[in-house]
Design a protein around this ligand. Structure first.
Ligand code: MRU
Length: 355
């Protein structure tokens, strides 16, 4: 039995001791097998993100930060221009691994800025600074998750039923997580929540990861299929919905795992508050509305055959497999960030976060 503390301190992404590899827990194998992978090449890192071995917006950003640091150490060029050219090639390659979570480009841009601000330094000095920056990104995420957990906990009461979709816990972030953070923190403080975890078709992050994290931490969790959210709400078992996010537009529209917007629509119908929890690194002011957010389309086999003993649809049947959807800001009761809780009108409250 893992203890609460072990769940909230799981090493989902870290640097190897010599700083030459990114170590991740392979999330595609959970909950049955706990296997760590050491990623050293650009392809290893790209594939790990693309195949969701490491996943969840903040964790993808942290992995990309560590990843570009590992790759930068292999750049042999001496002059700044040559070094920078190679760096940008790696950056663009990693950045193309998944399109929706803005934390990926956010972390890579932060790393690039370190390179550009230190043009006058030697390659060795730049690499040292890159090492400091990627570690800082990780440390900051730990702090952001802790603050989000506190703010989120202030919104709920002992005994409440909370419905969540996908996985926004320790595996997707650092330490406590975002949407699940208040639940872990609450557990530490003696609160008893009843959590409903949507299984989250097609890749089952809710079943494989969220129910695993909560169950192991001793939190009361009930796994439901995505199409059961309505009945648990109707039964009066849900007092709030907590979900994570992959990119929030300037007007408060929030992209998260496919199915999230359906949960928000149901919550509105049943008069249940619907909260989106995420760090400010997930806010993208370059996206004016959710219309500007690119939605990742994934392999149809994830719907037809993955996780089944035998295919559940004809090979030739057409499938539509968007990995994310956008929840309209009108459906969101509040956006919980590490800097505080934003309420409508979101254009104003989100802008104020950055002032
Ligand atoms: O495709 P995934 O598993 O990376 O999708 C993850 C989600 O949608 C999470 O809810 C989101 O990244 C927030 S994680 C704190």
């Amino acid at each position: 039995m893992i203890k609460l503390n072990e769940v909230t301190h799981i090493d989902n992404v870290k640097l190897s001791e010599d700083g030459k590899k990114v170590i991740i827990i392979d999330q595609t194998k959970l909950p049955n097998v706990t296997e760590y992978l050491a990623l050293g090449s650009d392809k290893d890192i790209y594939d790990a993100i693309f195949e969701l071995k490491v996943r969840g917006a903040p964790a993808i950003g942290i992995c990309a930060g560590y990843g570009i640091y590992v790759l930068a150490q292999n750049i042999k060029e001496d002059t700044f221009d040559e070094f920078y050219r190679e760096f940008v090639k790696y950056k663009e390659y990693l950045n193309s691994s998944r399109p929706t979570a803005v934390n990926l480009s956010w972390a890579l841009n932060r790393m690039e800025k370190v390179v550009l601000l230190n043009k006058d330094k030697t390659t060795d000095e730049i690499i040292k600074l890159l090492g400091e920056e990627c570690r800082a990104i990780h440390k900051e995420d730990i702090k952001m998750c802790a603050a989000i957990s506190e703010y989120g906990l202030s919104l709920i009461h002992d005994g409440d039923g909370i419905l969540t979709h996908c996985n926004a816990g320790p595996l997707a972030t650092s330490r406590y997580g975002t949407a699940l953070g208040p639940l872990f923190l609450g557990k530490e403080k003696g609160f008893n929540f009843k959590v409903f975890a949507d299984e989250t078709r097609p890749l089952l992050q809710g079943a494989r990861l969220t129910s695993f994290e909560l169950e192991k931490a001793g939190i009361d969790v009930t796994l439901i299929c995505d199409n059961m959210a309505s009945i648990v709400m109707k039964n009066g078992w849900v007092q709030a919905c907590f979900v994570g996010c992959d990119r929030i537009a300037a007007n408060g529209d929030a992209a998260n795992k496919i199915g999230t917007s359906g949960v928000a629509i149901l919550a509105k119908y049943y008069g249940i508050p619907f909260y989106v929890l995420g760090p400010t690194s997930t806010i993208d002011l370059n996206c004016r509305t959710g219309e500007d957010i690119e939605i990742e389309l994934r392999d149809p086999e994830e719907i037809r055959s993955k996780f089944y003993k035998e295919p559940m649809a004809l090979k030739e049947v057409k499938c539509y497999n968007p990995a994310f959807d956008v929840t309209d800001h009108n459906l969101i009761t509040g956006i919980v960030t590490e800097k505080g809780i934003c309420y409508a009108p979101y254009e104003k409250s989100i802008k104020e976060l950055f002032e």
